[in-house]
Design a protein. Structure first.
Length: 156
């Protein structure tokens, strides 16, 4: 093989990297793998999810941290049956070990807004179409009331 030629294998690997996951997405997947490994070692019942969630919230920059702290308190008050845990390195809240809702910091993926979303475990079905994620730039009292009601419905 000439020095100027590249093998098909090396150019394919380079192409996949440039078109594949971003560094942030790869980091989130690695975080999820660590979460799963830690849960299997500790046992799901023994894992201290709240401490993990509070630590992740504390790492966030000020605007996202303030929203995440308010959401954490709101979710605990609205649906005490939900257990805090991390999910892909972000705060999430689970029922019977399955994530029902989660918060994603805007800074995590360099987005212009944070996201609060629900998984398919949430009981939010309404007709043939309903929202499962919301963009958050700030939290107003009306937003908090709406989120509280949605969280209650999601676990109901």
């Amino acid at each position: 093989m000439k020095d100027t030629q590249k093998s098909a294998k090396s150019s394919t690997a380079t192409d996949k990297t440039s078109e594949g996951w971003t560094d942030d997405e790869r980091a989130a997947m690695q975080e999820r793998a660590r979460e799963m490994k830690a849960a299997s070692r500790k046992g799901a019942a023994e894992a201290d999810g709240e401490a993990d969630v509070l630590a992740k919230i504390a790492e966030m920059p000020a605007p996202d941290r303030a929203m995440a702290e308010r959401l954490h308190a709101l979710i605990k008050a609205s649906a005490p049956v939900l257990s805090p845990r991390t999910w892909y390195g972000m705060p999430a809240y689970a029922k019977d070990g399955k994530v029902v809702c989660h918060f994603q910091s805007a800074v995590k993926f360099k987005s212009r807004y944070a996201t609060f979303g629900f998984s398919d475990e949430a009981n939010l079905d309404e007709g043939t179409m309903w929202p499962v994620a919301f963009a958050l730039r700030e939290l107003t009292a009306a937003d908090e009331a709406r989120i509280g009601a949605l969280v209650k419905k999601a676990v109901g």
